[in-house]
Design a protein around this ligand. Sequence first.
Ligand code: HAM
Length: 472
Amino acid sequence: MPSMVHTLPASSTSDPSGAVACRPMAGTTHVFQAPKGTRDFPPDVMAVRRHIEQAWRSASIRHGFDEIDGPTFEHLDLYTVKSGDGIVSELFSFRRSGGDTDYALRPEFTPTLARMAAAKGKSLSIPTKWFAMPDLFRAERPQKGRLREHRQWNVDVLGVAGPEADAEVIAVAVAGLRGLGLGPDDIRVRISHRGAAAGMLTALGVPAERIADAFALVDRREKIPADAFATQASELGLDAAAVRRLDDIATCRRPASTPPTDLAEEHNLPPDSVADLTALSTELDRRGLLPFCDWDLGIVRGLAYYTGTVWEIHDAEGTFRAIAGGGRYDQLVELFGGPTVPACGFGMGDVVLALLLAKRSLLGDTTASLLPRPDVFLVSSGDEDAEALLVPMATSLRDLGLHTRHTWKATRNIGKQLKEAAANRARTAVILGDELKGGAVVVKDLDSGEQHDVPLADLPAWLPRRLAGADR
Ligand code: HAM
């Protein structure tokens, strides 16, 4: 059994920090905190997550992708086979009490997707265009932009070997970010190629068995000081000149409007990968994506299964860690016992994205402004007739599909209830007051301040029309 597998005692829950919270004993009080690296989602924070998910789902559906999901935990082996050491060392893994099978909470979605595709075998539609928005779990050291649980949007195309599939998934990622208000001055898609990186490293003298280590080092280039990079590069067997060349490669970035052949001349890229990048450039151009993209030879990606184009999306200033990462993985479905199926896709996390949206003031004045606005706030004068009508009217309006609220406080002061309606950002208030004696209610538009007396019998037809803007 691998060393990172922990068996949890049945009567306790384990915090990733190692603290164990026991069952409270009768008569004692225990104060619990959420485990390190996890988040609580009170309504205003949840509204941000929904806002992000809406943009993700809308972009996926507009590009013709179907939503899928899988189990939250999988057999441990699914990840040890091909995800790479980085992710394997971050697994939350466990056994059922008394069981002998090792499981892991999913740290990423791609192995689940490849397993699902492999299980379909020859019946897998070509192309298959899937998206998912799973919660993922990684036992990372929590830090800005990196947590132990995050939500990740995954978009993948299976069955298309050509660059149109790579460009299509990049287009979906960019559309999702544009839907949230981000443009080419805010985000950059940084693109490279695993074959190009392997070719350059081999030419520098990195032995074949150290290429994966060299990828990991290049992947860390922006996260470690230049001297630490140089030391670790020399440990790969590179002389001082080769270390300098490696640093040049790892920091080489050009606008994607630059022909990849220019980069090839500068850095000795293998012809196959230059051809792939040139074809990708045409496909990006056809989709109007070149202004968002850069060639960046420092992008290699930490996961082991990528085989071709690789890319990440970063904030333009490079303040945060990656917002998204993806690439081509043409062998993974086959590795899981399926047919040979070329594939590419990406994952985009909600953590860095929310930080960037907040930094760019793209979450409204307050995050509460992202909460769904009530259509109606019912206000009662407290008279017998009004009180009798309040709950049945709320029920009928809700049956009509309107988001309806009323106070749960004891007060029947109309001014205070209108204040509560405004605090809830309700669009209208329906006031059950003296007008009820004449069979009418007052409808107040809380945005414009306009008021109308509306006969009770007309309200079910009048109010939805008014809210739809038809009566203005
Ligand atoms: P990844 O680069 O490991 O790729 O993750 C993708 C994105 O998820 C990252 O760029 C980051 O925004 C977010 N993310 C990852 N780990 C964390 C964390 N601990 N806390 C917060 N956010 C995080 C993959 O997972 C690939 N399976 C993506 C993929 C799909 N490739 C092809 N298809």
